[in-house]
Design a protein around this ligand. Structure first.
Ligand code: HAM
Length: 426
């Protein structure tokens, strides 16, 4: 019979690899929590209209990449391609914006885009994101960027860069848009391109066709159109990043793939990843909440691609220090013989009750096979228990990383293990 395979283009992490994923995800989450962000858990599917209105119909994400289906009640449902629109929906629906501002939340989970799969680009991928809603304060922009930065540094990443730019406020964009549309008049644009420009003229900076890239070289740059307020805001963000010791490159050509951005926008780019080099990105979104039927509050956030950060960390050789990735239990018990086994099961259960991570060899195995299982499990210590040990109440605790042995009283095994982990500072 043929075997099932995972659907095309999804990422999976199973024992052996999942520790890397867990370490990366938890490091990013710890950075967000350490800056006062609180968990928000949202559905992975939403009303399709939310993404159309929130993310924007000129984007590839909405126009080409959504997993959209009709549910049994005839409603159009879409698997979330990103997190910000859902967060805004929830903030509005639950009146979170009526409480203390800014609302600061983090999330982590699967997102879905029907893209052409390649290394680092998946149809189901993972993000850790944060959103801070309700304060249009440059200090908050710098905080959000610093949270991502601190997360990357905690993982140990070095070979990445931060690109930032500003898309200005509505006034800056209106003046720029007029000049940009004027500039387009002089180009011989095809119908589809013209249509995209009509929805979001900035999108044309993102057109990958060589002739378009050449044509857009002379296009007016938004960064040169910033109003005095937008300019001052952006200057303050740059100043703070410098104070924080976070290096950045101002990249006026940056175009984010989603339409809601205004003001400060940024991307983290890793050098070891080839084409899919964006490990995270985000920015401010002034009009999004009002656009979705809420109050007219500004917000800022980021989404970090966990899969790509795992690849980036692998590319930098960061997972050779295995201690952070150790997944084995502290103690692995090996029972010799049937009657010993019955007692070992009970001992194991009691050790777990005492908070000691522990496991045992299951199945009918000879000592050699059971010891192999102990080694493979990645446990710190093993303990063999046969009739003899159980009769005398003494057994030999073996340190599996250096082979050293010590005699222990079985009765005191719990406290002994706890003392050993306290010594390590766990
Ligand atoms: P985004 O730039 O579309 O932004 O995605 C954020 C990150 O998710 C990317 O930098 C990348 O690392 C990862 N990513 C995106 N698509 C894929 C894919 N197909 N496969 C693997 N990784 C992928 C957003 O999603 C915004 N919601 C971020 C944000 C939050 N802006 C403000 N708040």
């Amino acid at each position: 019979m043929s075997k099932f395979q995972a659907p095309k283009g999804v990422s999976e992490y199973f024992p052996g690899e999942s520790a890397r994923f867990e370490f990366v995800r938890n490091s990013l989450i710890a950075s967000a929590k350490g800056a006062g962000y609180q968990l928000i858990e949202l559905p992975v599917f939403e009303d399709t209209e939310l993404f159309k209105r929130g993310v924007g119909e000129s984007t590839d994400v909405v126009s080409k990449e959504m997993y959209t289906f009709e549910d049994r009640g005839g409603r159009s449902i879409t698997l979330r391609p990103e997190g910000t629109a859902g967060v805004m929906r929830s903030v509005i629906e639950h009146n979170l914006d009526k409480g203390q501002l800014p609302v600061k939340v983090w999330y982590s989970g699967q997102f879905f885009r029907a893209e052409r799969p390649q290394a680092g680009r998946y149809r189901q991928f993972y993000q850790v994101g944060v959103e801070a809603i309700g304060a249009n304060d440059p200090e908050l922009d710098a905080e959000v960027i610093a949270v991502a930065w601190r997360g990357f540094r905690a993982i140990g990443l070095k070979n990445f860069r931060l690109d930032i730019t500003s898309l200005g406020d509505a006034q800056s964009r209106a003046v720029h848009k007029a000049d940009l549309l004027n500039f387009f008049e002089g180009l011989n644009l095809d119908e589809a391109t013209r249509a995209r420009a009509a929805i979001n003229p900035l999108r044309l900076f993102d057109d990958k066709r060589p002739e378009m890239q050449a044509a857009m070289k002379d296009a007016p740059r938004l960064l040169e159109y910033l109003s005095p307020e937008s300019s001052a805001h952006f200057d303050r963000v740059k100043e703070l990043l410098s104070e924080f010791g976070i290096p950045f490159v101002v990249n006026p050509m940056m175009v984010r793939g989603l339409d809601y951005y205004t003001g400060t926008t940024f991307e983290f780019v890793h050098e070891g990843l080839g084409a899919q080099s964006g490990i995270g990105g985000g920015g401010r979104y002034d009009g999004l909440m009002a656009q979705l039927g809420g109050a007219d509050l500004s917000g800022i956030g980021f989404g970090i691609g966990v899969d790509r950060v795992v690849l980036a960390a692998e590319a930098e050789g960061l997972f050779s220090h295995d201690e952070t990735l150790r997944t084995g239990v502290d103690l692995f018990l090996v029972a010799l013989g049937e009657s010993a086994k019955a007692q070992v099961s009970i001992l194991l259960n009691s050790l777990r009750d005492q908070g000691i991570s522990s496991d045992m060899a299951y199945g009918d195995r000879a000592l050699k096979g059971a010891m192999k299982a102990a080694d493979k499990s990645g446990a710190r210590f093993s303990l063999v228990l046969g009739e003899n040990e159980l009769a005398t109440g003494e057994a030999t605790l073996k340190n599996l990383s250096n082979g050293s042995e010590q005699s222990v009283r079985i009765r005191d095994l719990g406290p002994t293990m706890l003392a050993l982990s306290a010594q390590r500072g766990d």
